[in-house]
Design a protein around this ligand. Structure first.
Ligand SMILES: C[S@@+](CC[C@H](N)C(=O)[O-])C[C@H]1O[C@@H](n2cnc3c(N)ncnc32)[C@H](O)[C@@H]1O
Length: 446
């Protein structure tokens, strides 16, 4: 059964100002710790705060995010002293989230590393072997930086990877240098997907070492700020960031052990999360090619982009389990996929949206079942998500997730619209005029 207005109704007029941005990362860009690394898919920490408050989640209780990303849900829970679990399948993104949740970093250790690097930096820079840059970085990286900057970044990379540091401090500086990468790049637009051509003039006079020091200090300051904001509530809370797959968490999360779920799954909009960190993974030497990233990341994520799909793969048939639970939804997905496979023959790009839609709902179905399993009775799971219209075929993701949830066992669902949204489809050759929205789906467990 569909209800309205569970999420927003308790807001005062003042609070409701800006709610339309809750599905975006805007607020989090200004908030300590949240702002360390931007993720196009992040949501506002204010939405998490409101959800926890509205559902009366208290210290000692546990919130779970099955698509943790950079950990907005978990960092927010920590400021409130609420326990959290987060599952993230992208190893690079997972490491950033884990680091954002570690507030036990000591200032003197950070200062020690900053001073040590400053002392040794000039010598390391001037003794770099000839061709060190060309030998260590693929072309994409060479195109994103001028030679001097890249040499300095390389020296910083070597300090972080090779110097004697505790794992916590190394993780911290790994995030500092990762955040620095886009800050000092001369590439203006269109990357890392397209080899960059435009020059970003604001980066031209930036010195990598100066920026590194400033960033490390501001991140350290952020930890102090967030602890003050938390008013010591964080001290006794427990947080478990887990590198894993939210389609099946039986090894990691006990049945009926979670009091609340707040999450944002990948939208069905052909965004390739593994490509978001291509520049970073190439820089750190985690990957050298598209194939490396596919192996380490792309194949581990739920299906939400055509770049994950090989047309010969049998997993892109609607799963028997989904058909059994919900023949009507299976019919809808089958019809949409059929329409998309016909459109594929005549549209530009020959995109496998037909299989993407099937793969997406097969995967989401598994996640919903697992979320139901881990939730205690009388609790709620909130999903921030957008609908979609590949080749102009409207897929009401929010409604389908709500209906699937009810078939799995949730007692009801509500959909509340956060905002109408522009969509990347608009700029594509597959342009369409379907109005898209971003909403919150609330599934209630009876
Ligand atoms: C919309 S983003 C979540 C952003 C997050 N709310 C934040 O604050 O950064 C979706 C995330 O789901 C992750 N993901 C995709 N498939 C997954 C899976 N099977 N298990 C766990 N995480 C997965 C992606 O890597 C991505 O980081």
């Amino acid at each position: 059964m569909e209800q309205q207005d569970l999420f927003r109704h308790s807001l005062t007029q003042k609070q409701s100002h800006g709610v339309s941005e809750w599905g975006t990362f805007k607020d989090s860009l200004k908030a300590p710790v949240h702002r360390w690394f931007t993720y196009p898919a992040g949501f506002s920490f204010k939405a998490v705060e409101h959800s926890l408050e509205m559902c009366g989640i208290q210290q000692g209780q546990t919130v779970y995010d099955p698509f943790m990303g950079l950990g907005t849900t978990n960092v927010t829970a920590k400021t409130l002293g609420i326990n959290s679990i987060g599952i993230e399948a992208h190893p690079f993104v997972f490491n950033i989230a884990k680091t954002k949740l570690n507030w036990e970093i000591h200032a003197h250790d950070i200062h020690h590393v900053i001073n040590d690097i400053s002392d040794k930096f000039e010598h390391a820079l001037t003794t770099l072997p000839i061709n060190a840059i060309e030998q260590n970085f693929p072309e994409l990286i060479l195109k994103c930086y001028d030679e001097e900057t890249l040499k300095k970044l390389f020296v910083l990379r070597n300090f972080v990877l090779n110097d004697d540091m505790t794992p916590d401090i190394r993780d911290f500086f790994h995030v500092v240098v990762t955040a620095l990468l886009r800050n000092v790049s001369k590439a203006a637009t269109g990357w890392p997907y397209i080899a960059p051509k435009k020059i970003k003039t604001t980066s031209l006079n930036k010195d990598a070492l100066t920026e590194f020091n400033a960033l490390a200090l501001s991140m350290l300051h952020d930890i102090e700020l967030i602890k003050i904001e938390s008013g010591k509530r964080y001290i006794n809370s427990l947080h478990a960031p887990i590198l894993g797959d939210s389609r099946n968490t039986t090894d990691a999360i006990r049945n009926q052990s979670v009091d609340h779920v707040f999450t944002s799954p990948p939208y069905l909009n052909n965004f390739d999360y593994s490509d978001r960190t291509r520049l970073e993974m190439y820089f750190w030497g985690n990957a050298k090619t598209w194939g490396d990233i596919s192996e380490q990341v792309r194949t581990r994520l739920i299906t939400s982009a055509t770049t994950q799909i090989a047309r010969t793969d049998m997993k892109y048939a609607i799963s028997p389990e989904l058909k059994d639970h919900s023949p009507n939804i299976a019919d809808f997905i089958r019809n949409a996929a059929h329409e998309l496979s016909e459109l594929r023959k005549i549209k530009g790009g020959k995109k496998s949206y037909d299989l993407m839609v099937i793969g997406y709902f097969n995967d989401i179905f598994q996640v919903l079942k697992d979320v139901y399993r881990v939730l205690k009775p009388k609790t709620k799971a909130l999903f921030v998500l957008g609908d979609s219209a590949p080749y102009g075929v409207h897929i009401p993701t929010d409604k389908i997730i709500g209906e699937l949830g009810v078939k799995i066992g949730f007692s009801d669902y509500a959909i509340e619209i956060l905002r109408q949204r522009g969509d990347k489809w608009k700029d594509n050759p597959q342009q369409h005029d379907v109005k898209l929205q971003e909403s919150i789906v609330t599934l209630s467990k009876g």
